[in-house]
Design a protein around this ligand. Structure first.
Ligand code: FNR
Length: 183
């Protein structure tokens, strides 16, 4: 059975490298995985005051997470942690506690950066939050994709052969992780 994977991207930038990598993941995905980007840019800021009477965009977002079998976070690092827009989406998905949309969905994380460290801090921060979100996170392989500018071909869209293999291997492992944890 095909498993639905919701991709959550931690950057809203139009030319985002993380979005480019997300699209490359979609291009090389195995038949058993259906990858879809779930947008987070139109979610208003989280407040407990409205979590029991949420705006329609929160309801729609949570519905898309619930419909998915698994979650793939793809994010840059901002100031050694994660972008606020991603953290906001985590809160909205997780609340109220009796209605945690992330609960039990197998997850994986990829961080993408033009720098050498490949978003290590953000990657670890997402793993940290996943404990509370109740997302069983794939441990290996880890994916810190640094030097992204050098990994793109001249079209500025397609990743080079070595990176493509890395993406395919990552998804192969993630597919196994998902299938081990879901019916
Ligand atoms: C950054 N960037 C960055 N990079 C990094 O490796 N570690 C960091 O702590 C930060 N901090 C940071 C803060 C802010 C506010 C911005 C705007 C940027 C650089 C960042 O990783 C780079 O701009 C990425 O290209 C952003 O990802 P997208 O938008 O290309 O997907």
């Amino acid at each position: 059975m095909t498993k639905k994977v919701a991709i959550i991207i931690g950057s809203l930038r139009k030319e985002s490298f993380n979005r480019k990598v997300a699209k490359e993941f979609m291009r090389v995905a195995p038949k058993g995985l259906e990858l879809t980007i779930v947008e987070i840019g139109d979610l208003c800021m989280f407040s407990e005051d409205i979590e029991n009477n949420p705006p329609q965009e929160w309801i729609d977002f949570k519905g898309k997470i619930v419909e998915s079998d698994a979650i793939l976070f793809i994010s840059p690092e901002y100031n050694r942690t994660i972008p606020g827009v991603l953290k906001n989406a985590m809160e909205i998905g997780a609340r109220p506690p009796k209605n945690n949309s992330w609960k039990g969905k197998p997850g994986a994380v990829v961080t993408v950066s033009s720098g050498a460290i490949g978003g290590l801090g953000a990657n670890q921060t997402i793993r940290n939050a996943a404990v509370s979100l109740h997302i069983p996170m794939m441990q290996q392989p880890e994916a810190y994709i640094g030097g992204i500018k050098d990994r793109l071909l001249e079209d500025g869209i397609t990743v080079n052969e070595k990176t493509e293999k890395f993406l395919k291997d990552f998804l192969e492992a993630f597919e196994k992780w998902i299938n081990n944890l879901t019916d």
